[in-house]
Design a protein around this ligand. Sequence first.
Ligand code: NAD
Length: 294
Amino acid sequence: MNISFIGLGNMGLPMAKNLIDAQFNVTGSDLSPSALEALKSYGGTVAQDHQQLIQNADVIITMLPSSESVKSFYLGELGILKSLKSGTLIIDCSSISASVSREVASVAQNLGIDVVDAPVSGGIMAAQAGTLTFMVGGTEAQFKQAHPLLEKMGKNIFHAGASGSGQIAKACNNMLLAINMIGTSEALNLAMQHGLDPKVISEIIQNSTGANWCIEKYNPVPDVLENVPSTQGYVAGFMTDLMLKDLGLSMEAAAEVKSPVLLGALARNIYTLHSQNGHGKADFSSIFNLISKV
Ligand code: NAD
C-alpha cells in the first residue's frame, strides 16, 4: 500500500516512521528540509512535488498545524482533492475545526473519495511509541478502512461518530483537561498555602473523590512525580499555546450548537493570559505558576 504523508513535524514524523517500520511505502512532504532528511533516513521517499504525492497514493495522511493549512492543502487553489483518484482514502490526523473536517469530507464524497477525521490524544512520546489515541469521525465503513493503518500508530482507536465527530471528541477532551489542570493547580496550591506537603495532598486526593489524571500522571507541582514536565522546568510536553489552540476549537464547537461552556471559556481566558505572560512555549501544567503567583 502506498501512503502519502503530509506534515512531518513533531507528531507527523514519528507517526510516518511507525508506518515505514510496519512495511508501508511512505512518500512524505513537509516545508522543513530537516524533516524530509529524517524521513529519508527512516526509509521513506521525499516527494518532489504534489504530483508525486498524488499519483500512486492509496491513502493520504495529513498531520498539519491548523484548519487553514488543512483547508488550503485539500481545497485551496492548488488543493489536491480534485486531482486524487476515486477510491483514495484520506485520514486527517490534524486537530482542526469540525466544520472544516466536514467541508473537506463533503467535497470529497462527491468525487468518490473517503475522508475520516482522526485527531489524536497523546503527545510526541506517544507518537514515537505508537501508543496514540485516535478519535475517528466518518462512516462505519470508512472507520474500518482506516483502522489497520491507525493501529500501526496508536493503541486506542475509537469511532466517535459521523464526519467531524473525531474533532468534537478531541475538543471536548482537551477542554476538560484544561479545566482539570487549572482546578488541580488551585486545590494543590491552597493545600500548600496551609502548609501541607504537595506529595501528601496529592496522594490524599488521588485516593479520594477528587482523583484525576492531572494529579496522578501529570502533577503540576514540581518534584511530586518524576519524569513529568513540572519536575523538568515545565519543558513541554504539551505546550500552553497548543492547549490554547484546542480551547479555541472547543469554543467554536460550542458556538456552533449554542452549548454553554462556562468553565471552558474561563479556562481559555486563563490560558490566554498565561500565554500573553510569555509562557506559550512552556508545558500547559505551568499554569500552576500563574495560580501560585511564583
Ligand atoms: P508541528 O508544527 O511540529 O508540525 C507541523 C508540520 O507541518 C511542520 O513540520 C510544517 O513544516 C508542516 N507543514 C505545514 N504546512 C505544510 C504544507 N502545506 N505542506 C507540507 N507540510 C506542511 O506540529 P505538531 O506538534 O506535529 O502538530 C501537528 C498537529 O497535531 C496539530 O494539528 C496539533 O494540534 C496536533 N497535536 C499535537 C500534539 C503535540 O503534542 N505536539 C498532540 C496532539 C495533537
